[in-house]
Design a protein around this ligand. Sequence first.
Ligand code: AMP
Length: 224
Amino acid sequence: MSATELRLVLLGCPGAGKGTQAKVLCERYGMTHLSTGDCFRAESAAGSALGKKVADYMKRGVLVPDEVVNEVVASKLDALKGGWLLDGFPRTLDQAQGLDRYLRSAGAKIDIVLSIAMKPEDIVRRLTSRRSCACGEVYNLLSRPPRVEGVCDKCGKPLLQREDDTEATVRKRLMVYEDLTSPLVAYYRSGGVFTEVDGALPVADVTKGLCAAVDALAGSPTES
Ligand code: AMP
């Protein structure tokens, strides 16, 4: 199987590093990165009808209703050719089952589920220190600070804190994760190719663990 054709789901609680790892994996293997959170933030910033619908849920740190998310993801997947990596979706059993139904009807399946495991208590510190730039670059004041305080290394724009990265909202998001999303680990663990990597490891080691699982399935991109 060619790595660019892979269909991959990346699981992990908020702040586990899914976005960072997704970018690296997609660059390395060439599949398309689909982040529902990024998609909703872009829609919200653009003031579209969808953006207006999802903005309040996001601000409160609760999930956007399944039927809205399922429809958005199905239309994005319809438009894609080749492989993809889903980041931040599915987040509920209903979404996972919706995805299964969608793939069955398309004669396709998920090739591998990667999970980045982290303890909730490690997350609060990590997320409240996260800063991002409109250009997509993400920093962490503790582990990856920008060279100049408050300014993006790449484009020089001011860095922002996500509205939902305040401590109260992070705690809310973690509760939502525990209740609604963590059951997906058992769902996928029993269902096929599943690999879990310790998200408390340094970023490069997490990448190594995730890539080893993908390479075992599809071969290293440098080998092909
Ligand atoms: P993220 O960037 O993945 O942490 O997502 C930010 C916010 O977008 C979440 O807290 C939810 O409000 C919303 N969101 C993103 N993905 C989903 C999803 N699969 N289901 C429901 N809500 C989502």
